[in-house]
Design a protein around this ligand. Structure first.
Ligand code: PLP
Length: 384
């Protein structure tokens, strides 16, 4: 059975070009980049090249990029760096729709004595900017707002936000894990202080990430050890994976155009056809302001998990907008924050396309999903 993979916001396949450049550094060139000999020195040179490639994708300078193990570590590092640089400040701001990598850390910090402002979103998933601006105080240690939402694809105006926050002299971090590789990003046109990247969302392997730290940003390291990463993260570098994320960043830059044209068209086709063929279906989020590859669609009166299971039998991989916690299927915090009605939030599915998605795959989903929903609805006590 062929796999129809429309879950690229969860993870992406490793690009063959990425694997090719990584393998020699797992097999032959195993030197330690900190060694004095040239066997290690050559590896250090490849790390410098990779750093420059990641920097170039977001128009940063190479010394503003530090490598981490994943997007979660980048988020945690940025937030810890900011709050530990100003230990007297006890107020932190984020949104209600962040990924758990930020949301759960903020909840943890609230138990440690931090006053947390969770900025709400409206029914379309847009951030309440007035609420955010009115929350800024001299006591604010960090504002962390994602660039694009992983579930709905909603894009937040982080460049403008960073400019306002800078005028107040506060630190701004953005989780750009879903935005990088899907949208053009130019940190030089913003006042963003720190920005998180995850390799496995841009066709590098799982287990590598990066954090942009603007020159001059106060920073205290999370991992204290050797002098690696300019003293910002101790630990011998994950050489092959760093080389991998470097190549993936180079490729991502060349794929931006295709994302904005071919991939977006395929996403729109999938969405339009499904809405045409399936009654009581609706899109979650503002369609004017979304990532080109993502759609979150609610099918009323069915369980997202049931839809996923039936699609899985046909080889279709997608995600649902609910999480099975303690036996009850809770709609995701993102859909709840948007006020998506219960009957719709339960039946929400996220399709996230990628550069390997094809028209045939979209046609297959469009053909197979309507009867699945129809069948499931005949079993629902709420479907008339
Ligand atoms: N932030 C966002 C918006 C994400 O979508 C994800 C992963 O899904 C992460 C952070 C965490 O990234 P990683 O899986 O690399 O830790």
């Amino acid at each position: 059975m062929k796999t129809i993979y429309v879950d690229n916001n969860a993870t992406t396949r490793v690009a063959p070009e990425v694997l090719d450049v990584m393998l020699p550094y797992l097999k032959e060139f195993y030197g330690n980049p900190s060694s004095m000999h040239s066997f290690g020195g050559n590896v250090a040179h490849k790390i410098r090249e990779a750093r420059a490639k990641v920097a170039s994708l977001i128009n940063a300078s190479p010394d503003e990029i530090m490598f981490t193990s994943c997007g979660t570590e980048s988020d945690n590092t940025a937030i810890h760096a900011a709050i530990s640089s100003v230990p007297d400040k006890k107020h932190i701001i984020t949104s209600r729709v962040e990924h758990p990598a930020v949301k759960n850390l903020f909840e943890h910090l609230s138990k440690k004595g931090y006053r947390v402002t969770f900025v709400p979103v409206d029914r379309k998933g847009m951030l309440d900017l007035d609420y955010l601006y009115n929350s800024l105080t001299d006591d604010t240690a960090i504002v962390s707002i994602m660039w694009a939402n992983n579930e709905t694809g909603m894009i937040f105006p982080v460049q403008e936000l960073s400019q306002v926050i800078k005028t107040k002299g506060l630190v701004f971090h953005t989780d750009a894990v879903q935005a990088v590789g899907k949208l053009p990003i130019d940190v030089s046109k913003s006042e963003i202080d720190m920005l998180s990247i995850s390799g496995h969302k841009i066709h590098a392997p799982k287990g590598i990430g990066a954090l942009y730290v603007r020159k001059g940003t106060r920073f205290s390291p999370f991992l204290i050890g050797g002098h690696q990463e300019g003293g910002r993260r101790g630990g011998t570098e994950n050489v092959a994976y760093i080389i991998g994320i470097g190549k993936a960043s180079e490729l991502a830059a060349t794929h931006l155009e295709e994302m904005a044209t071919r991939v977006e068209k395929l996403r729109d086709k999938l969405e339009n056809e499904l809405l045409k063929r399936i009654p009581n279906a609706m899109i979650n989020g503002d369609t004017e302001n979304r990532l080109p590859n993502t759609t979150s669609i609610s099918f009323e009166y069915v369980e997202g998990e049931s839809i996923l299971l039936m699609m899985d039998e046909l080889g279709i991989c997608a995600s649902s907008g609910s999480a099975c916690t303690s036996g009850s299927l809770e709609p995701s915090h993102v859909l709840r924050a948007m006020g998506v009605p219960f009957t719709a939030a339960h039946g929400s599915i996220r399709f996230s396309l990628g550069i390997y998605s094809t028209e045939e795959e979209i046609d297959f989903i469009v053909e197979k999903l309507p009867p699945i929903i129809e069948n499931l609805r005949t079993m629902s006590p709420f479907w008339k």
